[in-house]
Design a protein around this ligand. Structure first.
Ligand code: FES
Length: 120
């Protein structure tokens, strides 16, 4: 893989899924073994077909955000219903008080590519 000097990231990303593998309004978790990050990463698909990526572990306790639901521009945690903005990772709804980390995603030819550590 080749590094981009412009954005500090990889030019192609990591292919993690086909868009069709992710039901609309839901998510899948990608292991940190694949992403090379500290946490697993949740790939979340909005109903408009766009895909977004957040660290998978909710900052409130330890629920998987990939098991949550996409509501508008947020994902809702399945355990206590905290909401996080898909683009920024910011908390939009309690009880979580700490933001999570958002990562850049691209969809090319129906395949989802993840750029761990790059901001959307
Ligand atoms: S674990 Fe996510 S809101 Fe509590």
């Amino acid at each position: 893989m080749t590094a981009h000097s412009g954005n500090g990231g990889d030019s192609t990303g990591i292919r993690v899924a086909s868009v069709d593998d992710i039901p609309e309004g839901e998510g899948i978790a990608i292991s940190s073994d694949i992403t090379g990050t500290d946490d697993d990463i949740a790939i979340l698909r909005k109903e408009d077909g766009t895909c977004w990526a957040l660290n998978d572990t909710c900052t409130h306790e330890t629920a998987s955000l990939a098991e949550g639901w996409v509501e508008g521009d947020d994902v809702e945690c399945p355990l206590h219903s905290s909401t996080f903005n898909l683009r920024t990772g910011k908390v939009d709804g309690l009880p979580a008080t700490r933001d999570t980390v958002a990562h850049r995603v691209e969809v090319r030819d129906g395949e989802v590519y993840l750029f761990p550590g790059e901001r959307p």
